[in-house]
Ligand binder design. Structure first.
Ligand code: SAM
Length: 295
């Protein structure tokens, strides 16, 4: 049998190419053999934070010239990287943790390199998104990745309002100082009944995966301040789709809208059907607008 490291070495790694390399999200052992091989092979490593990456590389015994590419200099740094590629170098790009381009810099660099006519070669590896989803369960058949919600309450509420009827499970990233208010905002926008997976500190010493309802989420987080520390992925169940024979929301809202405001109609319909008030509000608004347009 071929030793695994030889498989990584056996592949062709062309010169004058950008290698987009995923790195661990916590546990340093979660680096692939190909990543180690390529990081050892390239002429230069572009990194979101050269100090962090320097420390990571030192753990694998790799020393290379480093170049900073972060969200504030990505376009300008991309031009410098293109110059290195024009000189025939292999350049790797790594973000601080996980897969570049996923809520991390990297996308603008990829655009610039491809536009300049050089190949972009991805090396897959850890990502908090895929790690959380792999342990989510059967209720997450399809999903949408939303990344970080807007930090300001008003914009966050508006974003969540627009997602209230989204049928797929939704995956969010969140930082510790906003975790409680974000879970509360999710419950407020989508109703308390939907499933929630809180995936905290994945691959690390204090890893925790807790599955509950949106209504139970804030209580679980509040029960122990340690549960609010670290890094989080939140997976939220999508909106239930109406099926034949179920509550006919449109018909109910239509009747209620004859007597009530949009807000009151949504409130009453939510009480009758158990569906999220926000989802019904969005639907009632659309029905009212349709009615007005056709008058
Ligand atoms: N590019 C990374 C990836 O592939 O997952 C994501 C980078 S983003 C700047 C950082 C966010 O990812 C954190 O705020 C958290 O929401 C999530 N994250 C990263 N590492 C994590 C971990 N070990 N456990 C849970 N969430 C994590």
């Amino acid at each position: 049998m071929t030793p695994l490291f030889e498989l990584a070495q056996g592949q062709q790694y062309p010169a004058a190419a950008l290698y987009v390399v995923a790195t661990p999200i916590g546990n340093v052992a979660d680096i692939t053999l190909r990543a180690l091989h390529v990081l050892g092979l390239v002429d230069r490593i572009a990194a979101e934070d050269t100090r962090n990456t320097g420390q990571l590389l030192a753990r694998y015994g790799i020393s290379k010239p480093l170049l900073a590419v972060h969200q504030h200099n990505e376009r300008a740094a991309a031009l410098r990287i293109v110059e290195h590629l024009q000189a025939g170098e292999r350049v790797a790009y790594v973000s601080d943790a996980g897969t570049p381009g996923i809520s991390d810099p990297g996308a603008k660099l990829v655009d610039a390199v491809r536009e300049a006519g050089f190949p972009v070669i991805p090396l897959p590896g850890a990502s908090a998104l895929a790690t959380a989803l792999s342990a989510a369960g059967d209720w997450v058949a399809t999903f949408s990745f939303l990344g970080f919600l807007p930090p300001k309450a008003k914009q966050r509420a508006a974003t969540l309002q627009s997602l209230a009827t989204h049928p797929q499970a939704m995956v969010f990233y969140e930082a510790p100082h906003r975790i409680v208010e974000t879970v509360e905002a999710l419950a407020e926008a989508f109703g308390g009944a939907r499933k929630l997976l809180i995936a905290r500190e994945l691959t690390k010493l204090h890893e925790a995966l807790h599955c509950c309802t949106l209504a139970e989420g804030p209580t679980w987080l509040a029960a122990d301040p340690n549960r609010q520390r670290g890094e989080f992925v939140l997976v939220v169940e999508g909106a239930q789709q109406e099926t034949a024979g179920e509550h006919d929301h449109d018909a109910l809202l239509g009747i209620l809208l004859e007597e009530l405001t949009v807000s009151s109609a949504a409130k009453v319909a939510a009480a009758i059907t158990g569906t999220s008030r926000n989802a019904l509000y969005t639907r009632a608004l659309a029905l009212k607008k349709d009615g007005e347009d056709s008058e």
